[in-house]
Write a protein that binds this ligand. Structure first.
Ligand SMILES: [Zn+2]
Length: 208
């Protein structure tokens, strides 16, 4: 092995072992433009806080989620608006609401539960669209190349928290040119791993 090759391998090894930021997704709603306009006529969606993925943000707008068993109040809308509406909750939320918790990838909404969404000035009922997001890790094509991973592949990640060291299997890799490297977990998963905020990191486990 020549010197350049050795140096390159060393760099790749460092990049492969780097820490993956974790984004903890609290329950939230994505809305289509049509559904948004029904809920918030005359109130353009506005940015409260940018999220880890470029262009994504928590909006200033909230809604109430009305389930068969209870109402979840002040659930945040995440922007930008999409071509479809979708409510993402944890399994704990699903139990509270009285809805079946269906674990799916974002956008895979066939045969998922529906729900009623209410704002201060409107109400819509989705026929389907309530999911518990399947845990996933966003990355760019360059990161995928470095890690030796491809879109839709499943990987394992390790989280070295102080008192709840955890390994998550069945994490879907989502490769997109507009993505930043980030593991997305919901609040149930984050609590199980003893994560306390968004300053936590995971590592991708490579089984030899
Ligand atoms: Zn995500």
């Amino acid at each position: 092995m020549n010197q350049i090759e050795a140096a390159t391998n060393e760099v790749i090894e460092v990049l492969r072992n780097r820490k993956v930021p974790i984004g903890i997704s609290n329950r939230h709603v994505h809305l289509s433009e049509q559904d948004y306009n029904t809920l918030f006529p005359n109130e353009p969606i506005s940015v409260a806080k940018p999220l880890g993925q470029p262009g994504h943000y928590a909006a200033n707008q909230y809604v109430d989620i009305i389930g068969p068993k209870c109402t979840l109040e002040r659930v945040r809308i995440l922007g930008p608006l999409r071509s479809y509406s979708q409510l993402e909750i944890s399994l704990t939320n699903a139990r509270e609401l009285g809805l079946k918790g269906v674990i799916r990838q974002s956008g895979d909404l066939m045969s998922t539960p529906g729900v009623t969404i209410r704002s201060h000035s409107g109400e819509i009922t989705l026929k389907e669209g309530v999911i518990v997001a399947k845990r996933h890790i966003h990355m760019s094509p360059l990161d995928a190349l470095i890690f030796g991973l491809s879109d839709n592949q499943e990987v394992s990640v390790g989280i070295d928290s102080d008192e709840r060291k955890t390994r998550f299997d069945q994490v879907i890799v989502r490769v997109d040119p507009s993505s930043a490297l980030e593991l997305h977990l919901d609040t149930d998963e984050a609590n199980a791993a003893g994560l306390i905020g968004n300053a936590d990191f995971a590592v991708i486990i490579r089984d030899e």
